[in-house]
Design a protein around this ligand. Structure first.
Ligand code: CP3
Length: 352
């Protein structure tokens, strides 16, 4: 028996249904800016151990929900669980970000990759989703997520984070078919993974395309959007008698919002470099919008933060279909008190 959902504002706003107020959640809402998160991570030992324990993942997912009146929980995990399950030797070194021991550089490397079975190698994620749903007990919906094939692919080819994406771009120009095969394996893995999250209780899903914005418009369509479209197309549409909305977010994708909206997702994430009024005109009412306060606004004095938050709320304008969020994740150096100011401002907003 699953509990009745007491707050379904997020699900309704994602489907552009009217809501009494704008829902809010924050990318990376469970993270290092919270002292309780740092305490749990210390107990778990390291980041991957925290992800791989359903109990720790559940505990950390609920921390921001217990602290702030947010309208959604997001599964605590990472976009690199799929490469981890593909056995590329993923490690998170403290303060250094992800490192991949066996990066994908050739056709032979791609050939060796196996599509992870969500019931086996990624079982810990599925179990975390089920546990979180039970512990949430219908307070707010739970969002599941995955990285886009392009974004996950950048880590697999570069061997970690990158500033220039030189290796994957070289592969894109020198051997595009090899890259396409990698992206295809990732897309098929992601479909199984997200549908397993939905089957376990995820009530909405989001695809994070953090690095789509480093591509040319034509490359974006060919190497990133195409694979996200395949994923969106194959997602389970309904669970427990309710539509499971999908959100697609390309950081730096402001010029391509109409193209993203056309792949059949329910909502499009917008970063802080595009005004929501412009974004809304671009997507023409086909999808809901999620965003887009500059994460650095959380460093501003409370009065400035309040004003910047109102500016984002006003910029969307009247009518349904806005989920308030940041334009990208919260950074570790944010004061948790500022987040309280932000959430409070959004909850008390009435359109002017
Ligand atoms: O939003 C949430 O609260 C859910 C949790 C979540 C994490 N990662 C936890 C995490 C989500 C949705 C992600 C997605 C993710 N992971 C993305 C896409 C979104 C984005 O932020 O652009 C990317 C690119 C990654 C890959 C990744 N994971 C990097 C580059 C790093 C290291 C950089 C950093 O911030 O430390 C991680 C680690 C990571 N994932 C942390 C968290 C809370 C920090 C790990 C720690 O505790 O030290």
């Amino acid at each position: 028996m699953t509990a009745v959902l007491k707050n379904d504002l997020l699900l309704r706003a994602l489907l552009r249904e009217p809501t009494p107020r704008r829902p809010i959640w924050l990318m990376r809402q469970a993270g290092r800016y919270l002292p309780e998160y740092r305490a749990t991570r210390a107990r778990a030992g390291n980041f991957m151990a925290m992800c791989m324990s359903p109990q720790f993942a559940c505990e950390v997912t609920l921390q921001p929900i217990d602290r702030y009146p947010l309208d959604a929980a997001i599964l605590f995990s990472d976009i690199l669980t799929i490469p981890h399950a593909m056995d590329v030797g993923l490690e998170f070194e403290a303060g250094e970000g992800p490192k991949i021991e066996r990066p994908i550089r050739s056709a032979a490397d791609v050939d060796k990759l196996k599509i992870p079975d969500p019931a086996h190698e990624l079982r810990y994620v599925v179990d975390a989703v089920a546990l979180i749903r039970r512990e949430l007990n219908g307070r707010v919906p739970l969002i599941g997520f995955a990285g886009s094939p392009w974004t996950v692919g950048t880590y697999m080819v570069e061997g970690g984070g990158s500033k220039t994406f030189g290796r994957i771009k070289r592969m894109m120009y020198e051997s595009p078919r090899v890259l396409h095969r990698l992206l295809d394996v990732l897309a098929r893995s992601t479909i199984l993974y997200l549908n397993a999250q939905i089957a376990a209780g995820a009530q909405a899903v989001m695809v994070f395309d953090t690095w789509g914005g480093v591509l040319t418009p034509a490359q974006y369509e060919e190497f990133s959007l195409h694979y996200m479209a395949q994923i969106v197309d194959a997602l389970t549409r309904e669970a427990d008698g309710r539509r499971v909305p999908s959100i697609v977010f390309t950081k730096g994708g402001g010029a391509w919002l109409a193209k993203i909206a056309a792949i059949g997702c329910d909502a499009v994430g917008v970063d802080w470099t595009t005004d929501l009024a412009t974004a809304r005109a671009a997507v023409g009412g086909r999808v809901a919008l999620q965003g887009n306060l500059d994460p650095s606004a959380l460093f501003a004095p409370a009065a400035t933060l309040h004003a910047e938050t109102l500016r984002v709320l006003d910029s969307f304008g009247a009518g349904p279909g806005h989920v308030f969020n940041l334009g990208h994740g919260i950074t570790p150096d944010v004061d948790p008190e500022r987040v309280a100011v932000l959430v409070d401002t959004v909850r008390n907003y009435t359109p002017r």
